[in-house]
Write a protein that binds this ligand. Structure first.
Ligand SMILES: Nc1ncnc2c1ncn2[C@@H]1O[C@H](COP(=O)(O)OP(=O)(O)OP(=O)(O)O)[C@@H](O)[C@H]1O
Length: 815
């Protein structure tokens, strides 16, 4: 820092061409003109102590041309002016043409060196000058200085991001008195001559400080603009923040950022994090406090801490003493049937009651849609008096969706499980991970492995699964509970006891207003739905309720109506069922304005029902078509197989959504039939051997359900034999089973579901592998009573049963 010195009343003036020595700055100049050399010699060189000199800017001729008379080329002249005076350049200068600025600074020579140019022998001086300045003690000045220092720090950070120049400048910040920094900074900026002059003209150091702050912000902005893309946005933000900060400080407002951080800290403290998490959070918080909001990582660090504070570390649903009877009642009230499943749940609850900290099982519900997997999970939650959260994993391909992103990743988000916990806001919910089988894996990692970690440790979770491949190690951690499809009788009971009351309630109706008779529900089940679960049934019932709601609402407005009013017999339910129906419904008396306004009515829709039990008969009209029973993600399904043939090279073509296993089965079937072609004497109506020089095309037409699995073997052979022998298979018969190349019929899975499907389609006869006999115990007797079950050991047995007149094989072969 320059010492404070008494300035002499007269000072020699050195002109400074197009440059300004700003207060606080240090500058190195080279004096070459005879006048300035003389001045330096007199005023500085020949003195013993460090000399003082005045520095006054002068305008270059070109720069001044537009506004002032031409100045001499050589402005390197000296003049004597009163220090600090605002002497008028027009009156005091020797040469009128020179455009002297009216304000300058007093400078002290820090260093002098003399040189002699060769060969001219001209003497030159190099002078290092420092502006002399008085130290201020004004509190406002000190405040402004500090404010400037903060801005300077920010500017340095911006510079650091651009280039690594921070080190030296930072040292400057530490060592140079704050009030001088402004001048030094401004002196180093690339600003216009005019701006420099304006700085110089600000004699008041406080004004200079404010100007310097402003300039620093502008310079930072300029740099920011130069820095490409995304950075510019964050830095602009920073600049705005700085400006806001400066304004706030000016107004004496509290700093927002600090307030925010203080609030975050309070939130963290009250979140009740466990010790190790708390330590981690605290470390992160300290890091955050040191960061500038525009700094990369600030936002993600903050979001992370916010999330940690938001998680329900301590908040739990209160655990009541488990009342097993009440839990059983609850499960029974919510769900019809599902005896085994409910029993398993009660067992689990009993174990929990005896050993509350026991590691609970992860239950994995497997079954077709609409069989109550989700609602059962929510019942478990209700029975446990806990909150319920359903997390859909369908379509998750990225491990980060489960595990969460790395915190430092831009736009990072917590995983779905943590997100679920945050939403449910308690730490002990019943969590349903829905559609776990629908997760896939790709380059972004394997969600299943992340799930494995999640499910392995102490947590009790309920799992919803639709029986597509789940990696074995993951499946290993779960207890699989199957929920098969329902029989029509079970569906009827579910509808009467559960679905109808719920649907009515959802539509603002009650059984007082609307009664849907049993026969009608049966009709809906048989003719309008063909599903393993009850979702479509529920939708149809809801459609009826909506129709009734409209009518009830209309009646409320258009009263009074007497009994038997014609208006009510209009096609109320037309188009209300999924595809309309011929149904009867009763709206029983209800009171509106104390009057009975309703009655019974009948609706007849001209539209045919969706399913009428004739479908299989209609489809199995030509040879080559056969009815198979398959297992898909929708439970058991009836599947039509169509085989046809055309001239070709004996190739096999398969179409439909098929898996590899079915393709293999088709190859085996064809090989088997070919091997027996001679015995079968398979010829077309025209007497051509159908296997010679012909391509075979097999198509699986129904729906867009991907089919895989081996259970189509016998169906494929039957379809081929039917095609080649040109004989129709029985349309009331469906079959399932795999077979070997030698014709042995092998058992297959999903028998119960397949039989339920056959029953839904109105099929009367089912051909099963003999070894599947044991599976029939699972099939409800009401369903079995309506079916003829035929057991097959060899392929010939199947063929024997599939055709009206016995096996074409037997007719043709000697076997
Ligand atoms: N046994 C039952 N008793 C009473 N209601 C049932 C029963 N089974 C299913 N439901 C009802 O059927 C509807 C569909 O069930 P839910 O949504 O739980 O099926 P889901 O098996 O989870 O289907 P998805 O696999 O497609 O999610 C729900 O309203 C549910 O309450």
């Amino acid at each position: 820092m320059a010492d404070t010195v008494e300035l002499p009343s007269r000072l020699a003036i050195l002109p400074f061409k197009n440059k300004v020595l700003l207060p606080g700055a240090i500058i190195r100049i080279r004096c070459t003109s005879p006048t300035s050399v003389k001045l330096v010699e007199q005023e500085l060189w020949q003195r013993e102590e460090k000399g003082l000199i005045g520095i006054l800017p002068v305008r270059d001729a070109a720069a001044a041309a537009s506004e002032t008379p031409t100045v001499s080329d050589s402005v390197d002249q000296t003049s004597k002016v009163h220090h600090g005076g605002s002497s008028d350049s027009n009156t005091k200068v020797q040469n009128d043409a020179v455009h002297w600025h009216n304000r300058g600074v007093a400078a002290r020579a820090l260093h002098l060196s003399r040189g002699v140019e060769k060969p001219s022998g001209r003497v030159t001086y190099i002078v290092v000058l420092e502006e002399m300045e008085q130290v201020e003690h004004d509190p406002d000045f000190i405040m402004l200085s500090r404010q400037f220092k903060a801005t300077a720090m920010e500017l340095i950070s911006v510079l650091e991001q651009k280039q690594s120049t921070g080190g030296r400048t930072k040292v400057l910040l530490e060592t140079v008195p704050v009030h001088k920094l402004a001048d030094i900074f401004v002196a180093s900026f690339e600003i216009s001559f005019e701006e420099q002059l304006s700085m110089l003209d600000s004699v008041d150091a406080k004004v200079r400080l404010s100007k310097a702050t402003e300039l620093s912000i502008r310079v930072a902005e300029k740099i920011t603009q130069k820095v490409e893309g995304q950075l510019s946005k964050s830095q602009k933000e920073f600049l705005l923040r700085q400006q806001m900060k400066a304004i706030k400080e000016e107004l004496g407002d509290n700093d927002d950022e600090e307030d925010d951080l203080a609030a975050l800290e309070r939130k963290m403290q009250s979140a009740g994090m466990p010790q190790n998490t708390w330590k981690l959070a605290l470390r992160e918080f300290r890091r955050l406090k040191k960061m500038q909001p525009q700094q990369p990582g600030y936002n993600s660090s903050r979001a992370y801490l916010e999330l940690l504070s938001d998680l329900p570390w301590q908040k739990a649903s209160k655990e009541h003493d488990l009342d097993l009877r009440a839990a059983q009642e609850r499960l029974d009230n919510d769900h019809y049937g599902l005896v085994k499943v409910k029993q398993r749940i009660i067992e689990y609850l009993a174990v929990r009651k005896l050993k509350p900290d026991a590691r609970g099982p992860v239950l994995c519900f497997v079954g077709p849609p609409g069989v109550g997997k989700t609602s059962l999970a929510s019942s478990i939650a209700a029975a446990l008096d806990r909150k319920f959260v359903r997390i859909s994993l369908g379509g998750v391909k990225d491990e980060a969706d489960i595990r969460g992103h790395r915190r430092t990743y831009i736009g990072s988000m917590p995983g779905r499980l943590i997100d679920g916990l945050k939403k449910v806001a308690v730490c002990n919910p019943v969590m349903l991970l829905d559609e776990i089988d629908k997760t896939g894996s790709d380059v972004r990692g394997d969600p299943a492995s992340a799930l494995l970690e999640v499910l392995d440790p102490e947590q009790n979770k309920t799992f919803n699964d639709q029986a597509q491949p789940i990696p074995p190690p993951l499946l290993d951690r779960m207890e699989v509970i199957e929920l098969p499809g329902y029989t029509p009788e079970e569906k009827l009971k579910i509808a009467m006891r559960h679905l109808i009351p719920r649907v009515l309630d959802q539509h603002g109706l009650s059984s007082e207003f609307l009664q849907i008779p049993k026969a009608m529900v049966q009709l809906v089940i048989q003719r309008y739905t063909r599903e393993a679960g009850v979702r479509s049934l529920e939708r149809n019932l809801a459609a009826l309720a909506r129709a009734a709601a409209v009518r009830v609402a209309e009646q409320e407005q258009v009263v009074p109506l007497s009994k038997g009013v014609e208006g009510l017999s209009t096609p109320l339910l037309e188009n209300r069922l999924v595809d309309s129906a011929e149904v009867e419904m009763e709206v029983i008396p209800m009171g509106v304005n104390n009057r009975d306004i309703s009655n019974t009515f009948r609706i007849t829709s001209p539209l045919p029902p969706k399913f009428d039990g004739r479908e299989t008969a209609e489809r199995v009209v030509t040879p080559g078509i056969c009815v198979g029973l398959v297992w898909t993600t929708f439970g058991g399904e009836v599947q039509f197989v169509e085989a046809s043939t055309m001239v070709g090279k004996g190739e096999l073509h398969l179409t439909g959504q098929l898996g590899d296993v079915i393709k293999e089965s088709a190859q085996i079937a064809l090989t088997w039939v070919r091997a027996r072609a001679a015995d079968l004497k398979l010829t077309s109506a025209e007497g051509i051997n159908l296997l010679e020089g012909r391509d075979i095309h097999i198509h699986f037409p129904a729906g867009a359900i991907p089919k895989d699995g081996p259970s189509a073997g016998v169906t494929l052979v039957t379809a081929l034999v039917s095609l080649f022998s040109q004989r129709k298979v029985r349309s009331d018969t469906a079959m399932t089973g795999e077979m070997t190349l030698r014709g042995l019929v092998l058992p297959v899975g999903g028998i119960k579901d397949k039989i339920l499907a056959a029953h839904r389609y109105g099929i009367k006869r089912v051909i099963l592998p003999e070894k599947n006999l044991k599976d029939l115990v699972e099939v409800p007797p009401t369903v079995l009573a309506n079916l003829e079950i035929l057991l097959a050991k060899r392929m010939e047995d199947v063929l024997e049963q599939a055709f009206d007149s016995g096996c074409p094989w037997r007719q043709h072969s000697k076997l």
